[in-house]
Design a protein around this ligand. Structure first.
Ligand SMILES: NC(=O)C1=CN([C@@H]2O[C@H](COP(=O)(O)OP(=O)(O)OC[C@H]3O[C@@H](n4cnc5c(N)ncnc54)[C@H](OP(=O)(O)O)[C@@H]3O)[C@@H](O)[C@H]2O)C=CC1
Ligand SMILES: O=C1O[C@H](COP(=O)(O)O)[C@@H](O)[C@H](O)[C@H]1O
Length: 495
């Protein structure tokens, strides 16, 4: 097989859903356009609504055109798409799907390589995987891979149960648990910044870093996902996966080699070293919020409880701030603060590494305070790195002034950063699971968040809604840092 242009047959379960439309089809198109897919590929969409192949191809074309904001003049891309309508709980239909896959294997010479992408609600994951096996769809001459969307379970126990179910049909190395943050350019850059620069590694520990802050704010509300979100909340939707993955990448030890197993095992160690939070300590370490009405991007928006398919008395959190402690030699005593929420001031994901103050202020006569050094990693929408230092104020004696060293990743040579899903799909086709989560990571993450969700589900948040849409969350989130003598650095911080 040519590993740069892998041949494969991709079966997307949930092909008429939001994820397939907004992310998967445009990503497959980009791979095709960039010549990363061989001509020997086909995609089969599965969902219940009755569509012909032509109607489905038209649907795919529209979704690509909407995402790219341009018309597709050449329709050869969509000719690779097929549609097979059925209810995934109906066992008889798997035989028909099997026949279709065998035909397409022959037509497209895909060598029997199959990706089963489960872009559906998690309650179907176990059913689909066991039927794929029992009906012989996984028996193929080529490789088979299963891509599973998040959330992987609802808590540790259900995730464990799900894992047992899917492991009956797929081996761990064939399972690609997708966390799309791991496909983001600047999230992948965290390792490179840390492990390819001699200046950072000696400082990357509790002797020099005072705290690390990760903010992932969104302006969107729950949109049309109220049914899912009201049972999930921000803790399960963002913290258990994306936020903890970023913590793991920031805190892990250098891997022995850059292999999938070596990197994953270092990340797992971090997640296992997270200090467990007991039920009694949840209020001390975590803050929950829910948005009320407000103004976002100049427009009035409704409160969470007024959204479609949301309980009008909902106790679900749309905002989380937390303080995490990592109990190991490198990080003992360094708080990692995280915050994420919907309907906040702006869409932004940033990491701020705050270094400790210099041992004494020699410039106290001319400066009240010397600003701490900060390393800011801009994940999105801007991508880059800023280093905040202090320098001499020109023309003045003994006076310091802040200096920023700025690197903009997506400003250089017009680099067009590929969508996270595009990169991850390509990795999966090439059999590279490095940027997918191993079961051990998923398990450790659930074990950390479970006590928090248990407390939040069993106690009504009397102050909900407690932040205005368009703000940076409830006041208690600021207080969480203030009691440690810190503050959230603003999203657009310039000294
Ligand atoms: N949307 C997003 O931005 C993100 C989504 N995810 C995850 O991706 C997965 C899919 O999400 P999303 O696309 O938003 O969900 P949607 O509800 O939009 O889509 C669900 C899909 O499943 C199909 N479906 C539902 N029931 C059946 C059934 N019994 N048999 C066959 N097909 C069925 C629906 O089609 P039909 O009605 O025609 O049967 C539809 O195609 C979820 O796990 C979600 O958590 C993860 C990250 C982001
Ligand atoms: O997984 C999810 O992520 C998105 C945020 O992703 P981003 O790439 O736009 O930052 C979030 O909106 C969604 O609720 C969640 O399921």
């Amino acid at each position: 097989m040519n590993n740069m242009n892998p041949k494969s047959l991709i079966v997307i379960f949930g092909a008429t859903g939001d994820l397939a439309k907004r992310k998967l089809f445009p990503s497959i198109y980009q791979l095709y356009e960039k010549g990363k897919l061989s001509e020997e590929f086909a995609v089969v969409g599965v969902a219940r609504r009755p569509l012909s192949n032509d109607e489905f191809r038209n649907y795919v074309r529209q979704s690509v055109e909407n995402a790219l904001r341009q018309e597709l003049s050449d329709l050869s891309f969509v000719s690779h798409f097929y549609y097979h309508p059925f209810d995934v709980t109906d066992i008889a239909s798997y035989q028909q799907l099997k026949t279709l896959l065998a035909q397409l294997d022959e037509t497209y010479h895909t060598d029997g390589n199959r990706i089963f992408y489960l872009a559906m609600a998690p309650e179907f994951f176990g059913t689909i995987t066991s039927r794929l096996k029992s009906e012989g769809l996984t028996a193929t001459n080529g490789w088979k891979r299963l891509v599973i969307e998040k959330p992987f379970g609802h808590d540790f126990r259900s995730a464990q149960q799900l894992n047992v179910e899917i492991r009956q049909s797929f081996a761990e190395h064939e399972i690609y648990r997708i966390d799309h943050y791991l496909g983001k350019e600047m999230v992948q850059n965290i390792e490179v910044i840390r492990f390819s620069n001699a200046i950072f590694e000696p400082l990357w520990n509790n002797r020099f870093i005072s705290n690390i802050q990760i903010t992932s704010s969104e302006t969107l509300g729950v949109e049309d996902r109220g049914r899912y979100y009201d049972h999930s909340g921000a803790l399960r939707d963002m913290v258990q996966n994306h936020m903890l993955q970023m913590v793991a990448l920031l805190a892990m030890e250098p891997p022995i080699k850059l292999t999938t197993d070596d990197i994953r095992s270092e990340k797992v160690k971090v997640l296992r070293a997270l200090r467990p939070i007991s039920h009694d300590e949840v209020d001390q370490y975590f803050v929950r919020g829910q948005y009320g009405r407000g103004i976002v991007n100049g427009k009035e928006v409704i409160s969470y409880r007024e959204e479609n398919n949301v309980d009008p008395n909902s106790n679900t959190e749309t905002f989380v701030a937390g303080k995490l402690m990592i109990d190991n030699f490198r990080w003992a005593g360094v708080p990692f603060y995280i915050r994420t929420g919907k309907r906040m001031t702006e869409k932004s994901t940033k990491i701020v590494v705050q270094f400790k103050d210099v041992p004494m202020n020699l410039y106290y006569r001319t400066n009240e305070k010397i600003q701490p050094n900060l390393l800011i990693i801009h994940i999105q929408p801007d991508e880059g790195i800023t280093l905040h230092l202090n320098g001499k104020k020109s023309g003045e004696n003994m006076k310091t002034t802040p200096i920023e060293l700025d690197y903009c990743n997506n400003c250089i040579d017009g680099i067009n950063t590929p969508e996270a899903y595009e990169k991850l799909l390509y990795d999966c086709m090439r059999g590279d699971a490095t940027n997918f989560t191993h079961w051990d990571e998923v398990a450790a993450s659930w074990q950390f968040v479970d006590p928090i969700s248990e407390v939040w589900e069993s106690t009504k948040a009397a102050d909900f809604p407690n932040y205005e849409a368009g703000s940076m969350g409830p006041k208690a989130s600021d207080a969480l840092l203030e009691k440690d003598g810190f503050r959230w650095w603003p999203i657009h911080y310039h000294q």
